[in-house]
Design a protein around this ligand. Structure first.
Ligand code: SF4
Length: 52
């Protein structure tokens, strides 16, 4: 499965996840924050996630 070597990802539930090794198959992703001010790692996420 072709993947983007610049985007490592361990979210196996995502339809864009490379099952062979832990990478994303998209050319680019949108990283988002879901609090007004991001001050912990939990405040950021992959905005390109789609359920498989
Ligand atoms: S879209 Fe986001 S969550 Fe899905 S495989 Fe790519 S980096 Fe991971």
């Amino acid at each position: 499965m072709n993947h983007n070597s610049s985007i490592g990802c361990s979210v196996a539930e995502c339809k864009f996840h490379c099952k062979d090794d832990n990478y994303c198959t998209l050319d680019n992703i949108q990283v988002v924050k879901h609090s007004q001010k991001a001050d912990t790692i939990e405040c950021t996420d992959c905005g390109s996630f789609k359920i498989n």
